[in-house]
Design a binder for this molecule. Structure first.
Ligand SMILES: *[C@@H]1O[C@H](CO)[C@@H](O)[C@H](O)[C@H]1NC(C)=O
Length: 181
C-alpha cells in the first residue's frame, strides 16, 4: 500500500492541465516573469528603476510607479495595457477629459477589471505610449509621476513646465527574469 501513494500523487499531477501561473487578485506578483509578461519601469531620477504596479498588488486601483520589490507584470495586447499575472486580468484606464480640445495637463491612470474604453497603448521601441485621436499631444511617450507615486498621462511637452509635485518620465518595458533596482 505504501508504494501506491507516490503513484497516486504522480497521476493527479499529470492530469491537472498546464495553466499560466496567474495569481489571485490582491496576491503578490510572481517575482519572475510569467510567460508573455513584461516589467514596465521608469529609467531616470527620481524614479530610476521604479516599476508599474498597484497597491495592493494585482488589484484594481491607481497605477503607481514604485519599488522593484513589488513590481507588477504587464503587456500590451490589442491596444490594451493588461496585467496578465493576475486572473482575471486587469486593464489600465486613462481619464477621459470633458474638454478634449483643451485637456488638463495630467490625465489620471488606474487599473480596472474591464478593458479601457479611451485610447490605445503601444510600445515604440521599448517605450510605452498612449494616444487617442481626440487629444492632441506633442509626445505620446510623455508621462508624469506625481504625489504618492501616481502615474499620469502628460498632455503637454516632456520636461517643459513640469507641474509642481510631479516628475517627467518615459516608461519602458524590461524583460529580464526578475525586476531589479
Ligand atoms: C470599471 O469598469 C466598469 C465596467 O466597464 C465601469 O462601469 C466602471 O466605471 C469602471 N470603474 C473604474 C474606476 O474605472
Amino acid at each position: 500500500m505504501v508504494n501506491l501513494i507516490p503513484l497516486i500523487l504522480l497521476a493527479s499531477t499529470a492530469l491537472s492541465s498546464p495553466v499560466l501561473p496567474a495569481v489571485d487578485p490582491g496576491s503578490p506578483t510572481p517575482t519572475t516573469l510569467v510567460t508573455g509578461a513584461l516589467w514596465i519601469r521608469a529609467v531616470v531620477a527620481p524614479n530610476y528603476h521604479k516599476y508599474l504596479q498597484t497597491k495592493p498588488a494585482n488589484s484594481p486601483g491607481t497605477a503607481l510607479i514604485e519599488s522593484y520589490t513589488t513590481a507588477g507584470q504587464f503587456n500590451v495586447e490589442g491596444g490594451q495595457l493588461v496585467n496578465k499575472a493576475v486572473n482575471p486580468p486587469l486593464y489600465m484606464w486613462v481619464e477621459e477629459p470633458a474638454d478634449k480640445a483643451n485637456p488638463p495637463r495630467t490625465l489620471a491612470t488606474w487599473f480596472n477589471t474591464t478593458k479601457n474604453p479611451f485610447g490605445t497603448f503601444a510600445f515604440q521601441g521599448d517605450g510605452l505610449t498612449w494616444q487617442v485621436p481626440s487629444v492632441k499631444r506633442q509626445n505620446v511617450a510623455a508621462w508624469l509621476v506625481c504625489a504618492k507615486q501616481a502615474l499620469f498621462v502628460n498632455t503637454g511637452a516632456y520636461g517643459y513646465q513640469t507641474p509642481s509635485g510631479c516628475a517627467d518620465q518615459t516608461i519602458h518595458y524590461y524583460n529580464d527574469k526578475t525586476a531589479n533596482n
